[in-house]
Design a protein around this ligand. Structure first.
Ligand code: FAD
Length: 114
């Protein structure tokens, strides 16, 4: 719990002075979808073939695993597309971080594969 509080305080310094009244740890083993080989290719882009219809959601093609970060990035990418169609170039979504570790090594050796 102390480590979690410290982590939150990194972003919200006021937390360091707060008094924790109640806490409970929840472990949800299946909270995030587990992709299988080929999943990445099946994720749809935010732009559809229907004019004015945009997709956003963690499951769309964001370059991130299905998560809150992916859902947010999908919305920002869709917003970028809407703006671009209106003639406004805007970069709203942050770039996808470089994949690290073993998976990053494999990805760099076989670019374009998922
Ligand atoms: C138990 C659990 C724990 C999780 N923990 C984490 C975590 O710690 N970190 C993390 O990054 N991710 C976590 N996730 C995953 C995260 O919640 C999702 O990746 C994220 O919420 C997806 O956002 P979204 O906007 O794509 O979809 P959602 O958040 O699912 O939003 C879709 C919305 O559309 C609504 N909807 C569906 N059908 C219709 C309809 N026909 N008409 C109108 N509205 C409709 C739904 O009610 C819902 O509100 C967790 C998921 C679960 C289930």
């Amino acid at each position: 719990m102390a480590r979690t509080l410290k982590e939150i305080a990194d972003f919200t310094p006021e937390v360091a002075a707060a008094q924790l009244r109640h806490a409970r740890v929840h472990r949800v083993p299946m909270a995030v979808a587990a992709p299988v080989p080929g999943t990445e290719r099946r994720r749809l882009p935010q732009r559809t073939t229907v004019p004015g219809l945009w997709l956003a959601g963690d499951w769309t093609r964001t370059g991130l695993p299905c998560s809150m970060e992916s859902a947010t990035r999908a919305g920002l990418l869709a917003a970028e597309g809407v703006l671009a169609d209106r003639g406004t170039a805007a970069r709203l979504a942050l770039p996808v971080p470089e994949t690290a570790g073993l998976i990053g090594l494999l990805r760099r050796r076989r670019p374009g594969r998922d």
